[in-house]
Design a protein. Structure first.
Length: 498
């Protein structure tokens, strides 16, 4: 007789719930008060703001009239909807991304609850929320979380369709793929379909998969939900499909020397760097996965193949996205995100199983130390972002732009001299200009109204003296350019007399 499910222990479960609740609370505080940081989050926030301003919901705009072909619009639709409802602020741009993250947590909790126990469901959701990469992406204005929602819904839908013989979950599988196609493109299919095919091949469930999943009507539903936007986008801006399919889905990942990126630069990395990002993004909970190899091959194999091979399904779901990006020469830290729900489910499943093996497996994948470290990392993120922003690895122009609006009068202008700052455009409602030309800066000085220029002190010192002496330092901001104000005529006379 199988022993009753008693894991996680009551104290451990209460600790997990309390830790997860505090981490969620910290994330909500950051969602509301943390500024949009350059370049990625601020760029997508500004694209979303422009979407609302211009009423163009088909073609995201990198600049006014300049299409943004790098990603499909789902994440920007979500942020733009929030901005339209709540205003162009941090809460408005992030709230629907955060709601999507809650949906991912609910799917993970549901899978673990159905497979093992209600306690395992709570544990799996708590583990996922405590992983640093999910914590950050859960309310970041980027494409990664909507993609995660799509792939997680697809993987959960496929599993529940076979387990419960439910056509509704079968259609959820294809709805998830459609969400992924609208969030990040064909990459969603590359992430979700190979684990499904691998599980079907290994378990020899061809007939069950073929008859349970509504393949024909499901594919038609997926295409009906996703293809119209692709067609409309190509009609609006011809050339989109060529750039998006070849550039963003081949050259970006496999050509470190790719020069065709229209909106940034390639992130050259050594092959295998994805594993470093995985460990950092799931630490310390990834240590719980050590339970699997420590069990021994025979025991691990038996566990993976029992209960309709759920362990194998989760392992393929976890390993495939990481294996796919292992040879890639262009990766960033968010790429392991699609694997994290499976990692959380694996850890919860191993913890549940551990209770039935008594002293044979002493390693605890739900050790309270893991949750304590996760909470500490979230607290550090809160402290650095709100109390010591100068220590943040990425900057934001929110403070500088607010200073400008406090000082300026009607007709005054703000211009950035140097690199483009998307956060300055978002917080100035698109009024902050940008130039790298000293001549353009000088021409702006001759226009009516006062000119405020944002630039680094070193850039200021490199200006010709005739331009340099016409500015006065107004304020310095940690990690961002300083703000200079055009001198008044009296100040010109004072400089001349000196």
């Amino acid at each position: 007789m199988t022993p009753p499910a008693i894991l996680p222990k009551r104290n451990t479960l209460h600790f997990l719930i309390g830790t997860a609740a505090l981490i969620v609370a910290i994330r909500i505080v950051l969602l509301i008060f943390a500024p949009h940081q350059d370049p990625s989050e601020a760029r997508y926030a500004e694209i979303s703001r422009k979407m609302v301003e211009t009423h163009n919901w088909i073609t995201p705009q990198h600049d006014y009239g300049v299409p943004f072909w790098a990603k499909p619009p789902l994440s920007m639709w979500m942020s733009a909807t929030g901005i339209r409802m709540f205003g162009a602020n941090e809460f408005g741009s992030r709230i629907f991304i955060f709601i999507a993250a809650i949906a991912v947590l609910a799917l993970v909790a549901k899978m673990a609850s159905r497979e093992w126990s209600r306690q395992s469901g709570i544990a799996a959701a708590s583990i996922l929320m405590g992983m640093p990469l999910f914590f950050y992406c859960s309310a970041a204005v980027m494409t990664d979380l909507p993609l995660l929602l799509g792939t997680t819904l697809a993987m959960a839908g496929f599993h529940f369709c076979l387990k419960n013989q439910s056509k509704g979950w079968g259609y959820a599988f294809f709805i998830g793929l459609a969400i992924g196609l609208l969030a990040k493109g064909p990459l969603a299919l590359v992430i979700a379909l190979p684990p499904v095919a691998g599980w079907t091949l290994i378990t020899r469930n061809w007939r069950k998969v073929g008859t349970s999943i509504p393949w024909i009507t499901g594919i038609l539903l997926m295409l009906a939900l996703s293809v119209p936007w692709y067609v409309a986008a190509e009609i609006r801006t011809p050339g989109f499909l060529n750039y998006f399919i070849l550039g963003e889905h081949w050259h970006r990942f496999f050509d470190s020397s790719w020069k065709g990126d229209l909106y940034g630069k390639a992130h050259a990395a050594s092959p295998g760097m994805i594993w470093v990002f995985l460990i950092a993004g799931s630490f310390p909970w990834c240590l719980g996965l050590l339970t699997l190899p420590l069990r021994g091959w025979k025991s691990s194999k038996a566990w993976m193949m029992e209960n309709q091979a759920i362990g194998l399904y989760l392992l393929l779901w976890f390993v495939w996205p990481i294996a796919f990006f292992t040879p890639a020469k262009n990766v960033i830290a968010t790429y392991p995100l699609p694997a994290l729900p499976a990692a959380a489910l694996l850890i919860a499943g191993l913890a549940h199983r551990r209770q039935t093996e008594a002293p044979a497996m002493r390693f605890d994948p739900l050790h309270p130390a893991f949750g304590s470290i996760g909470l500490a990392l979230a607290a550090v993120a809160l402290t650095v972002t709100l109390v010591f922003p100068q220590k943040s690895p990425k900057g934001s122009e929110r403070a500088l732009v607010r200073c400008f609006f406090t000082e300026c009068e009607p007709g005054d202008r703000l211009i950035y001299y140097g690199h483009r700052k998307y956060s300055s455009e978002f917080y100035s409602a698109g009024t902050a200009a940008n130039t790298r030309s000293a001549d353009t800066l000088e021409a702006q000085l001759d226009l009516p109204g006062k000119l405020y220029a944002a630039m680094t002190p070193s850039a200021y010192l490199r200006l010709p003296y005739g331009i340099q002496h016409r500015f006065r330092l107004l304020g310095s901001f940690a990690g961002t350019p300083s703000l200079y104000r055009e001198s008044s005529p009296d100040e010109h006379l004072e400089v001349s007399s000196n």
